[in-house]
Design a protein around this ligand. Structure first.
Ligand code: ARG
Length: 271
């Protein structure tokens, strides 16, 4: 009887040990450990609330960026694990080297280059303004006495700060872009400023919201998206090479066509 009790205790403990082992192996960060040559599964982080680039569909992370990073990682010979962390954590994880790659319609700019490395550019974008049909807003200048919703810590926020002043209380900042759009819908803001493709797609796919898009080339610069890495990342070279491969072998055009129904201007990215 006593023996049986020991056996049960032993089995329970062994089982618990196995469980703990599985748990830790799953959560242990696989950041940028350079100590071995063996290719580890890379942690890719994204803010999957930016359709059509990255969003969630029935619990799955999908989008142009997602197809692209899968193709590029395959080309480079790496396994990846894509996590929806939200926007701000992308920057935190890459700075702390918890993640290996950020792909999230991230604009390459000088400020970010101080802290991160970027791949070659893979997409051309610009900020545009989304307003309700019939809005008096016709240009960026017209935003000056209006309330504008943006996603926090984006180039959209920066551009609007340039127009309204850095501490303007007319700027409403949200953790993700969908919340900014909801604010516009609810009448809490007069406009949303965000990457053109995202708001153009939104306006097109949600005709009942009756939103229109305003372009202002003088106010909003051209931007290029890049994969973002930790400073000094050892994998950047492999991914640049793979990106160029994917540009040249038609894979990029295939993915672009799937999402945007037109052919890309690959040369533009290379110039
Ligand atoms: N391109 C802009 C930037 O880099 C906005 C990107 C936002 N991306 C996202 N997945 N929410 O600041």
């Amino acid at each position: 009887m006593k023996k049986a009790k020991y056996l049960v205790t032993f089995l329970v403990m062994a089982f618990m040990l196995i469980l703990t082992a599985c748990g830790t192996s799953e959560t242990s960060g696989n950041g940028s450990d350079d100590s071995s040559d063996e290719k580890k599964t890379l942690r890719v982080v994204t803010d999957a609330a930016y359709a059509p680039f990255e969003y969630q569909d029935k619990g799955e992370i999908v989008g142009f960026d997602i197809d692209l990073i899968k193709a590029v990682a395959k080309e480079a010979g790496y396994e990846i694990d894509i996590a929806h962390t939200g926007w701000d954590p992308i920057f935190v994880e890459l700075e702390k080297k918890i993640a290996d790659i950020g792909i999230s319609s991230i604009t390459i700019n000088d400020d970010r280059k101080k802290t991160y490395d970027f791949s070659v550019p893979y997409f051309l974008s610009t900020n545009k303004i989304m307003v309700p049909e019939g809005s008096p807003i016709k240009s960026a200048e017209d935003l000056k006495d209006k309330t504008v919703a943006v996603q926090n810590a984006t180039t959209g926020q920066e551009a609007v700060e340039g127009l309204l002043g850095k501490n303007s209380d007319q700027i409403k900042k949200f953790e993700n872009n969908n919340l900014a759009i909801m604010e516009l819908k609810a009448g809490g803001a007069d406009a949303v400023v965000a990457d053109n493709t995202v708001i153009e797609e939104y306006a097109k796919n949600n005709p009942n919201d009756k939103f229109v898009i305003i372009e202002d080339k003088d106010a909003f610069a051209q931007e290029f998206y890049g994969l973002m890495f930790s400073k000094g990342s050892k994998i950047k070279a492999d991914f640049d090479k793979a990106l160029n491969e994917v540009f040249d072998n038609g894979t990029y055009a295939k993915i672009y066509n799937k999402w945007f129904k037109v052919d890309p201007d690959v040369q533009l990215l290379k110039d």
